[in-house]
Design a protein around this ligand. Sequence first.
Ligand SMILES: Cc1ncc(COP(=O)(O)O)c(C=O)c1O
Length: 378
Amino acid sequence: MALRIAELETPEVLVDRDQLLRNLGRVQRIAAQHDVALRPHVKTHKCIEIARLQLEHGAVGLTASKVDEALVFIEQACGPSFTLAYPIVDPRKLQRAFASAGHQNVELRITVDSEAGIAAAEAAAKSCNKTVSAFVKIDVGLHRCGLVEDDPQVVRLVRLISSSSQLRFAGLLSHAGQAYTAPDIARIAEIAAEESAILQRVRSRLASAGFDVPEVSVGSTPTVLAGNSFEAVTEIRPGNYVFLDATAVRLGLASFEEVALSVVVTIISANSSYFIIDGGSKVLSSDLGAHGTGAGVGYGVALPIDVAGAEAAPLLVARLSEEHGFVERAGEDLAIGTKLRVIPNHACPVANLAERLTITSQGEMIDQWQVAARGKVR
Ligand SMILES: Cc1ncc(COP(=O)(O)O)c(C=O)c1O
């Protein structure tokens, strides 16, 4: 007999399979509607089974940040091609990636934003006797990695890549992660439009310098769900959309019912201000939201396990110790032993902290999937 959620030992990270499939379908439809390829980022789930579902739904390949994260999927022959959307500058890592991708016959595309990155890629490709496609990363406003649009280095890097016998220019790649700071959907749509406009200007500048831009790869869950500016874009790379989280709800991108990942916890104690739950920062992470953004209050919200989110008043997870969470009582009187479902601020680090995801359907556990690439941070 399948266990019901209420019967599980806690804390346990749950993924509602039916909602997961709806989330996959939602973004696959957006890709089809705008005629762009979908190459999801696996850093959100790090799970082979979910990557296979994404590919079955129509993803053209996968995206990863780190080499060792990608290798878990490449070695399981998960998808025909992979983009490393992260500037890797250590040739040993790239060598490892190129060798494994070659062995599995997987196309590997890399990302650079410096001459050092190009030199590392050339050295690694030469040692593996490979030709590798390289994207140049453009900073569209997050101000993390990438070159700003009018930096003369953009044309210089494309020229260097194009003149290398080991490298091929794949195109431009960007991530508008600043969308997580937007106050509302309208601002997210503007950020997506700004990203598209920046990339079109860079493409024109490169055309004037004699370079064709084969692909333009963008992607963040907010800009994919709320944006409608896909001019010049050939590919989207969202990650978080598979699960969504309290941040997506705060931004107006989803309702609590549309969040596929939650953590079932038990109230193990209580005081005059808080219910104390058995999930702390080692389960929920201390993340305030993607890129450290957030509402500035709390670490997620707690809902009853068997009441649809919209009907239940969410209780704030106000503080965390390592192994305890502090849930605001807000006038509620819940018994010790009551189970709650916490929707975390940021689903991606929560999956990375879990050994496995417990897959549920209609309130019952139906499977458990390993988080195969958890902790793969090199
Ligand atoms: C380079 C890059 N591409 C894509 C993504 C996916 O973004 P999201 O999780 O918002 O979908 C990220 C997330 O951090 C990223 O850093």
